[in-house]
Design a protein around this ligand. Sequence first.
Ligand SMILES: [Zn+2]
Length: 506
Amino acid sequence: MRTSRVVPLRRRMRVLLAVPMAATLTLSVPVSGQIAQERVDLSAVSRIRDEGLNHSQIPELAHHLTDVIGPRLTGSSGMKAANDWTAAMLRSWGLSGVAIEPWGRFGRGWENISYQGRILTPYSQVMPGQPSAWTGSTKGSVTAPVMVVEGGVDSIAKYGTKLRGAFVLITPPRATPPEFKEYERRTPLDSLFAPVHQRAGGQIGWDTLLVKIQKQQSHRDSLVIAAGVAGVISGSGSPYGTIRGGGDWAATNPDAQIPVPTVIIAQEQYNEMYRNVTSGVPVKVQLDVQNRFLSSDLNAYNTLGDIRGTDKPDEYVMIGAHLDSWHFGNGATDNAAGSIVMMEAMRILKTLNLQPRRTIRIALWSGEEEGIYGSRGWIRKHPEMVSKVSAYLNLDNGTGKIRGIWDQSNEKAVPIFEQLLWPFKDLGVVAVRRGNTGSTDHVSFDDAGIPGFNFIQDPIEYDLRTHHSSNDVYDHLMLDDLKQAAVVVAATAYELANRDEMFPRK
Ligand SMILES: [Zn+2]
């Protein structure tokens, strides 16, 4: 049993009874040797299930945030609309302390206004695409030859003035092979219980990392600008016409130069152009991409709201997800899914008038895609909260239903979550996994010493299709999965808020 590190609660009880004490102690018993009995309010749990599974507002919330508000790039007008709308919804449900709070100076916002692309030679075809975020606009409609830069951006200078006025392809073509590997949309039980082998991550601070990335990008931008090109065309790296990408964060800095127009097109079309140019077939493109930078307000904002606690109101259980998204689709699975699950969890608790002992606070962050800025900024802005937040629960792995939670290397978390999640086994919540998951907002809490956790979700087609891509839209949301997730989050937050003690820290 030592090998399999996570044992479902009911079997554990049997195990506890069957196996001599010494063995169980090492398994998952906290150092004190006793598994504290968690109080699970089953009547509240069943009311939460009924409200969340039979009277859900997930479809309406999903529709409005994706189909109506659309993409929410940090600093964009879509992000502002999302902050305003989420705050209005939380107020409409009767939450207190609802605020759209600046977490700090983010920089320039950016949004795309229009895009038209066409390959004119060797034959005429539409060139669907999207601009990379924080890049410049063409001077109206530009028709120019396409040229290839071999050896990557650092070798662009060796072309001298040859590239002036041309559209350039800088990265080599990428294969788009068929997907032979079976891709599990739902995680099989045994993989949920399989031990996790995690490489020890090198400890590099976020700020150091982000400054390093921005420096590299700024250097790259100046090389390309100096070459006098009309623009850069990149392949998306994903097959079947999917447009997937990111942005040029260096240009969020209002003092930075505006990068040349940079568009991402289907990998297949990119590879075709590359083959033609490198085999001497002239390629000409007509491109008109108009973007705008927004500098009137360089701050960025989180939406926050509370269900005030009864006898421990100055202690908090926080639930959250990032509200910002990329602009290639409208950020449905990343991360409108997590945002509406957290909103719905608050609506459920408020609708049922459940009164937690500690204050439950929802946080919808911005700046996550650029470096978990919103959650880190909030903690930096509120050092007084570090001792008051008992635990933080995050959701940011797509549209799949919750299957469990990571213990984030906090031994004491395992028996607590196993007992609190137990009532949802029939909904597929089965595992408390040992190990860390990173690069999303719970890390900000974990880094500050506050117990911060990210739920395990079924992958559905997150990595395969929707993550940061043009496919990331409402039609790829699994609404029943999100209803399940809202129920699990509402109940877990409520139970954690009612614990006698604060959540044990690492
Ligand atoms: Zn995300």
